[in-house]
Design a protein around this ligand. Sequence first.
Ligand SMILES: [Zn+2]
Length: 263
Amino acid sequence: MRLYDAHNHLQAPCFDGLHNELLEDCEGLQRMVVNGCLESDWPRVAALADGRPRVLPSFGYHPWFIHLRTPDWRRNLEGFLDQYPSAVGEIGIDRWKTDISYDDQEEVFLTQLAMATERNLPVSIHCLKAWGRLLELLQENGVPKRGFLLHSYGGSPEMVSAFARLGAYYSFSGYFLREAKGRHREAFREVPTDRLLIETDAPDMQLPSQFNEHLLEGPEGRAVNHPANIRVVYRELAKFLEEPEERLTKRVEENFLSLFDGL
Ligand SMILES: [Zn+2]
């Protein structure tokens, strides 16, 4: 099995000191896209990619952390994109997180989207409670020619085709295996065959406990999502889509290599 994790956060502090061990546990995993979320993450992501060809680095400002940005953040980000073959992300907009200025979120998002478009880099987009606005922003501002990733897509099934026309890829996360996430799962039946990807979002987006095959505790005893759970997400998504796992694995590989071509 040749597996690809389209979106995770291996640089998260709860994984400190465990990286090689965690990667060894990820049987069959060919590449994982490791997303930095703020400036202090970026050197950590770069260090993880160093000497680990399975790690594909991605640099960006996540909307939850933009209040921490320094006056130099743009130049800083461009420096990382210049230095490393990398993607842009995690970036996005979030109307669920009301304590962060929404206007600032859009400004920071659009600045980074423009950087990705100009360089034709794949970009990993987070969106909560702002799907209509996200569609407008992408239509008005343009997207990278190679396409973009709607990570852990949580928009409606009806909106899938509008994003797909712009070049969207959609990644399914283990969180959607929860009983209550039926509508999110249903949306993945609408995803075009050549646009489907799979992710763990580790250490976030816990799988329901009956599916979690790699129990792992963070420093405060809190359960965290192990990146090796990617194998489970493939298996369970194949069941849900009623598609042979081998065929699903093959097309996710093709889709990953197409979006992240050359990185
Ligand atoms: Zn994420």
